[in-house]
Design a protein around this ligand. Structure first.
Ligand SMILES: Nc1ncnc2c1ncn2[C@@H]1O[C@H](COP(=O)(O)OP(=O)(O)OP(=O)(O)O)[C@@H](O)[C@H]1O
Length: 412
């Protein structure tokens, strides 16, 4: 058995697919100036988890802490059964009760953690061939040059790049460089694979192909994978589970379809393209903050979220009779959205001349921290409708929502 195989076997033995102990068990507490990351995280073998969140939410901080590039200020990281980070506590514990006595710190440096990382810009060594870039990981772990190169050649074959083995990174396309970076990360058979926006640098067409290939490689990877992405499609296509981080905290997690169908914050709703409101439900009636009442398809009670797609909002210049779910709105913007246009509306303004007194389609029922912004509404319409309704910024009209397209679910 080569040293590489032996290293791989010992690493695999730490995270066998059938072993139920998680590959990652962590409580990450990191302070960066005024920002604090405080997040508990568990990843199982074979699981692909996408970490999503707005800019500055703490996604890179999570990745850097797990990779050993940023030490924790509190909490712990267990990787493949080994504690790799746990800050020490205090210097002197004389006379303190046992539970509060000082604890020796522990920090395993990046190169000794069982991880592989694909950075957003790949960070391939420009002076090394694709083969030597991939062999670099095993070499760093003490594998003999020849064995490392054999292993690298096998990984390049897996990602379909055998004939590019002797090219330097600058002679590769973006998609090829991405695959070399992936092969390099996987060649050490990591217990944990970290992917930082792995498709962000690619053009749309290459991205599509590379995403499909990446999915195959992630399926074959026996360790856990944590993927940071801004692209909802990456998250939905590649991940088994989504973690949504906002302001250093975990605000929602679950199966991608479940998260997409039942967003719990404004960020998640916008990520998956839904309108989202909070209210108090009684059967099919949901009273939104400030009084407006929405009829919904689901029968629910208590504090709820109501979500519906922009495509289910109908716009009209004249008030559509006495039908429910109708609000006066004002256009705040129109932008292309696929073959249609997305019309941004606010319901906080008085409607057209015959509008009832200020009706507000929404919101904040005592949860200011994560409640969606008040009064915003998105509607998707065809270009013909935009022209017919003369939907310029500032235009006033009526918005109707079909109850059958709504989803209402408990807010807690
Ligand atoms: N070197 C640093 N020193 C101080 N604060 C930092 C440093 N790097 C990041 N931060 C702060 O830490 C917070 C989290 O940053 P982080 O890069 O983890 O967010 P992110 O979710 O990855 O953002 P993005 O999507 O924009 O990459 C931000 O408020 C940021 O300003």
């Amino acid at each position: 058995m080569t040293r590489l195989e032996s290293a791989a076997h010992s690493s695999a033995a730490q995270h066998p697919a059938g072993n139920h102990s998680p590959v990652v068990d962590a409580h990450l507490v990191v302070d960066r100036g005024a920002f604090r990351l405080d997040l508990a995280l568990t990843l199982s073998a074979g699981e692909v988890v996408a970490l999503v969140g707005p800019n500055g939410a703490g996604k890179s901080t999570v990745l850097r802490a797990l990779a050993g590039l940023l030490p924790l200020h509190d909490g712990h990281i267990d990787l493949a059964g080994e504690r790799v980070d746990e800050p020490g506590i205090g210097d002197s514990g004389a006379g303190l009760p046992r539970a509060t006595r000082p604890r020796a710190g522990r920090f395993v440096p990046a190169e000794r953690r069982p991880i592989g990382v694909v950075f957003q810009d790949y960070l391939l060594f420009p002076h090394l061939s694709a083969l030597d870039n991939v062999a670099f990981g095993p070499r760093c772990r003490g594998v003999r040059k020849r064995d490392a190169r054999d292993e690298a050649a096998r990984w390049l074959a897996r990602v379909g790049l055998t004939e590019y083995a002797h090219r330097r990174p600058r002679q590769l396309s973006g998609g090829q460089a991405q695959r070399v970076a992936l092969a390099r990360a996987l060649a050490v058979r990591p217990a944990l694979l970290l992917l930082d926006e792995p498709l962000a640098a690619l053009d749309a067409r290459t991205r599509l192909d590379t995403r499909a290939q990446l999915r195959q490689h992630l399926t074959a990877h026996q360790g856990a994978t944590l993927l940071v992405t801004h692209d909802p499609l990456d998250a939905l296509v590649l991940a088994d589970r989504l973690l949504v981080v906002e302001d250093g905290r975990l605000v929602q997690q679950g199966d991608p379809a479940e998260v997409a169908a039942r967003p719990r914050t404004e960020y998640v709703a916008s990520l998956v393209g839904l309108n989202l409101y909070r209210g108090q439900a009684d059967g099919h009636t949901v009273t939104l903050a400030d009084g407006p009442v929405l009829t919904v398809a689901d029968q629910v009670h208590g504090a709820v979220f109501v979500a519906f797609p922009p495509s289910s909002v109908t716009l009209s210049q004249i008030k559509p009779g006495d039908e429910g779910n109708t609000w006066p709105v004002r256009v705040t913007g129109v932008e292309p959205y696929g073959d249609n246009l997305r019309v941004r509306l606010t319901g906080m303004q008085p409607g057209p001349a015959d509008s009832p007194t200020t009706i507000r389609p929404h919101v904040d029922v005592g949860h200011p921290a994560d409640a969606p912004a008040t009064g915003q509404l998105a509607a998707d319409v065809s270009p013909a409708v935009v022209a017919r309704l003369d939907l310029r910024t500032g235009a006033r009209l009526w918005a109707m929502i079909d109850p059958a397209t709504t989803r209402a679910y408990p807010a807690r």
